[in-house]
Design a protein around this ligand. Structure first.
Ligand SMILES: Cc1cc2nc3c(=O)[nH]c(=O)nc-3n(C[C@H](O)[C@H](O)[C@H](O)COP(=O)(O)OP(=O)(O)OC[C@H]3O[C@@H](n4cnc5c(N)ncnc54)[C@H](O)[C@@H]3O)c2cc1C
Length: 531
């Protein structure tokens, strides 16, 4: 079969699907990329409202030694802007830079928790050693994304490999949840919370604390984060790949190698790369007429996958405000992690939430709203202001703000079932706005021109992700996929004949860099298979 005849169908045009499609179409493969939504990008996208541009998914993009070389190799010209990060707790705000960021962070913690100076010293030294590993990890362009290895790059690569291999081994072993890791270094629960509540529950420590390095690696495409998937989609078409949007796959027949969409149209494949929600794949998979040995492997995997959950989700508030940019730029950078109280969410808060979820029917609206009130006051917010990076993203003298916090999918689900979802959504918006106005941006709520929000339920519906997860699997139990950096190439394999997977459900911990890397690896497997 010629490469042109060998048809690879890719389901899901998020960053994983786009990456797989662009590399395969560039290599001359016959590629069909199917996407359920009107736009490509999945969880990485921007939208416009009344002259404001907002980023509905990731607020900035980690270069991670991947984005720049990948775009250059594919001949995609996209202008990137710096996207520095600030961290604030109550009125103390620091601006992170690769040189001084951690010193500042340490001083910030010492000021807020003067009784825990010795513990902070220990925590600081652990973060530093993880950061050093991250520096090595990202020190050079990822070799997978540098096919043209000139002399200068090869020299760099040879010098880097001996440092990289021990880091790889070390990082693969540091899978302890960040909370329990910190608990060994301090008994100050507020201090633990204030560091750990930036991350998803039980995030592996190397990934969580490594973010102090990653914060300095964020970049922002001019025009909004959605420019990146759009540019890759254009390139796929240039390379003669086909993209079909508004096409939701609702059935996969493994023996016939056939997909069916919502409208009943069918698509046959020689190879399939599944880049959407993995629970969906196993739910809609028909495995009749496969060999018994293969069937039993698939059923085993299906049971495992369906028994697991997606990770935490987020509630995001998008507001257009009639305030000049200077009022915000005097406070922080355009990407800002802000916690209004040093108290921290605490175990008590989490057990209260568990109790609400377990005994939902017996809880009154007032009790749930009281919990919400405290949650909004104690949680950590990710605040992003697109116009900071690119003035064109808001009308003159006005600013668009994206304010988000981690939020429990199950709570919203129960509230929806109890028929007060929209009311609750408004209550959350009100409290977020109130908290931010009473803490970091005085007067904000009186200057709001419009507002809207996205919830874990809307994320689940729009991106089709289980439990509204924004970075794949939950760490609350063992993840059902590869979670060791050394094994990332094999993460894309499935027990289903000629079916590969990529994206945030294929590898943990996930995010944009791993979506791209797994997309690339899936494309490699298909290229090798053809050879
Ligand atoms: C608010 C927010 C902040 C984030 N911040 C960061 C960050 O700072 N750093 C970071 O690395 N990551 C971040 N992420 C996560 C990151 O955006 C995702 O992990 C990554 O984009 C996932 O890419 P993907 O291709 O694996 O999946 P997705 O983006 O989920 O793409 C899957 C695609 O499949 C489509 N699809 C689903 N079901 C079907 C079907 N049946 N048929 C056809 N198509 C289907 C979906 O519509 C979607 O387009 C954030 C996400 C959000 C929402």
């Amino acid at each position: 079969m010629s490469e042109k005849k060998h048809r690879t169908v890719i389901v899901g045009a998020g960053m994983a699907g786009l990456t797989a499609a662009v590399y395969l179409s560039r290599a001359g493969h016959n590629v069909l990329l199917l996407e359920k939504n009107k736009e490509c990008g999945g969880l990485l996208n921007s939208f416009n409202r009344e002259g404001f541009t907002f980023d509905a998914g990731a607020r900035s993009i980690l270069n991670a030694g991947v984005i720049y070389p990948m775009l250059s190799e594919l001949g995609i010209e996209l202008e990137f802007l710096n996207s520095p990060v600030s961290i604030g707790i109550e009125n103390e705000i620091i601006h992170l830079s690769p040189e001084t960021g951690l010193d500042e962070y340490k001083r910030l913690l010492e000021k807020l928790y003067p009784d825990s100076i010795d513990d902070i010293e220990k925590i600081d030294s652990r973060i530093r050693s993880i950061m050093k590993d991250m520096q090595v990890l990202y020190a050079i362009d990822n070799p997978n994304f540098r096919e043209q290895k000139d002399g200068a790059y090869l020299k760099q690569l040879l010098g880097w490999l001996p440092k990289f291999l021990p880091v790889l081994r070390r990082m693969s072993k540091q899978n302890e949840p960040v909370e329990s890791y910190l608990r060994k270094l301090t008994s100050n629960q507020s201090l633990i919370d204030i560091i750990a509540q930036h991350f998803f529950k039980k995030t592996p420590v190397s990934f969580a604390l490594g973010y102090f390095y990653s914060y300095t690696d964020y970049i922002y495409p001019k025009g909004g984060t959605g420019k990146l998937p759009n540019a890759i989609a254009q390139k796929i078409i240039e390379f003669k790949g086909e993209i079909k949007t508004e096409t939701e796959i609702v059935a996969v027949n493994a023996s016939e190698k056939e997909l069916r969409d919502k409208d009943g149209k069918t698509y046959t494949y020689d190879s399939l790369i599944w880049c959407a929600d993995l629970k969906t794949l196993y739910r809609i998979l028909d495995i009749n007429n496969l060999e018994a040995k293969v069937t039993s492997k698939i059923l085993e995997q299906k049971e495992l996958i369906l028994s697991k959950r997606g990770c935490d989700s987020v509630f995001s508030l998008f507001v257009g405000v009639d305030m000049p940019l200077e009022e915000f730029s005097s406070i922080s950078n355009g990407h800002f992690f802000y916690t209004p109280s040093r108290q921290g969410l605490g175990e008590i808060h989490w057990s209260e939430l568990d109790s609400i979820l377990e005994n939902f029917e017996t809880k009154s609206k007032e009790e749930i709203l009281q919990w919400l009130e405290r949650y909004c006051q104690l949680t950590t917010y990710e605040i992003s202001i697109p116009a900071f990076r690119d003035l064109a993203l808001a009308p003159e003298s006005k600013v668009g703000l994206e304010i988000s916090m981690l939020f429990e999918f199950d709570l919203l689900k129960k509230i929806e079932e109890a028929n007060w979802y929209e009311e609750f959504q408004t209550e959350v918006e009100n409290r977020m706005l109130e908290t931010i106005t009473n803490s970091i941006y005085p007067g904000l709520k009186d200057k709001v021109l419009f507002r809207s929000s996205s919830t874990p339920l809307s994320i689940a519906k729009i991106a089709g992700t289980s439990e509204g997860a924004i970075v794949g699997w939950s760490y609350l139990s063992e993840v059902p996929v590869v979670n060791n950096l050394q094994k990332i190439p094999s993460s894309v394999e499935t027990p289903i004949p000629d079916v590969f997977m990529a994206g945030q459900w294929a590898y943990a911990p996930a995010g944009i860099p791993t979506a791209i890397i797994t997309g690339w690896n899936a494309a490699q497997k298909i290229k090798k298979k053809k050879k």
